[in-house]
Design a protein around this ligand. Structure first.
Ligand code: UDP
Length: 340
């Protein structure tokens, strides 16, 4: 069957069970990005009114093109780090997702990354405050830096190099968490934070500085070009498929009982980067060879979350195995990027 985004939206809606955002008015910053656009899709499909704010710096209009003509969707091209003074109507929920996230971007746009997660986030918090709305902030496993405690629980404080190549992202997100906490403490705002572990799926960029390990490896394999493993490939990540991530995020946004929580949303199955490269080769049937180059500075050696909080608070755990998720991305990448 040909790849169709509606299949993913239906799967996520089914995962959400009786959780519905029907009739809610929701502002999503970074809504044209990989995760943001899926959130727009699911919420619009559930009958929410969605306002997407994105400056298209790393997000793409093609991710939301199909939503543009629909009644319940509004797109505002705007940089969140500039106040938008969004007053119209009543908002129920603000989701702050706007940020570049690829390590290759850290070198080129460190100031934008810092601004999106501090000044930009503060603008979102002010909007939430104006509207008496709930706010969900998408933080990251990068707040743990190169963790000395693995598997890593939410209570771990992190091991971050503020002046290293990843400092702009790690510290921006840590500062973002402090901002969110401050708005809760000082104004009693209803907030929640997700620490997202490496998530992959259709619509993820694989080009140039935007490419993360999974889409880059798939692109390389599908073109029979060398697979570029950094270091010896023994570093690990815990890869979470898009539909699992969306289910976790939307449950965190929806449930009253999650108020004030920070929750790891990630797979608890740890995979080495070399295993990932080999799995990609197997699934694509590619003749690519694996080539090795030095591990980038401060590249975290292990990432694996403790996810008991997500289970206890949200009834969430990941369902999609890596092989199955990769097969879905391959289908998308073939359909949309290679026209095969
Ligand atoms: N990686 C790699 N080759 C690539 C891109 C990434 O070996 O072409 C490695 C990278 O060094 C890291 C892991 O894959 O250890 C995950 O990288 P990604 O860019 O997805 O993001 P990160 O988890 O580091 O933020």
């Amino acid at each position: 069957m040909a790849w169709n985004y509606k299949t993913e939206v239906e799967a996520i809606t089914e995962d959400l069970g009786d959780i519905s955002f029907e009739g809610k008015r929701i502002l999503i910053t970074g809504g044209a990005g990989f995760l943001g656009s899926w959130m727009c899709d699911v919420l619009a499909a559930q009958g929410a009114e969605v306002i997407c704010v994105d400056n298209l710096a790393s997000g793409q209009k093609s991710n939301i093109a199909h939503l543009l003509p629909t009644k319940r969707f509004t797109f505002i091209e705007h940089d969140v780090s500039v106040p938008i003074g969004f007053k119209e109507g009543e908002l129920d929920l603000v989701v702050h997702m706007a940020s570049r996230a690829s390590p290759f971007e850290f070198e080129h746009f460190p100031i934008d990354i810092l601004k999106a997660n501090t000044i930009g986030l503060m603008n979102s918090l002010e909007i939430a405050r104006d509207h008496d709305a709930r706010l969900l902030y998408t933080s990251t496993s990068e707040t743990y830096g190169n963790p000395q405690v693995v598997p890593t629980p939410e209570s771990y404080y992190g091991n971050v190099n503020a002046i290293g190549p990843r400092g702009c992202y790690d510290e921006a997100k840590r500062c973002g968490e402090a901002y969110v906490t401050a708005y809760q403490t000082q104004y009693g705002l209803d907030v929640r934070m997700a620490r997202i572990f490496n998530t992959y799926g259709p619509r993820m960029r694989f080009d140039g500085i935007y490419g993360r390990a999974i889409p880059r490896f798939l692109d390389q394999a599908l073109h029979n070009r060398p697979i570029t493993v950094f270091g010896d490939g023994s570093q690990t990540r815990s890869f979470t498929y898009l539909s699992d991530q969306m289910e976790g995020l939307l449950k965190l946004a929806a449930l009253d009982s999650a108020k004030g929580s920070v929750v790891n949303i990630g797979n608890d199955k740890e995979t080495t980067i070399l295993e990932l490269a080999k799995t990609v080769l197997e699934l694509t049937g590619s003749s690519s060879e694996i080539v090795y180059s030095p591990l980038p500075k401060d590249d975290p050696l292990r990432r694996k979350p403790v996810i008991t909080r997500a289970w206890e608070l949200l009834g969430w755990k990941p369902k999609v195995p890596l092989g199955e998720g990769l097969a879905r991305v391959i289908e998308w990448q073939r359909a949309f990027c290679f026209n095969k």
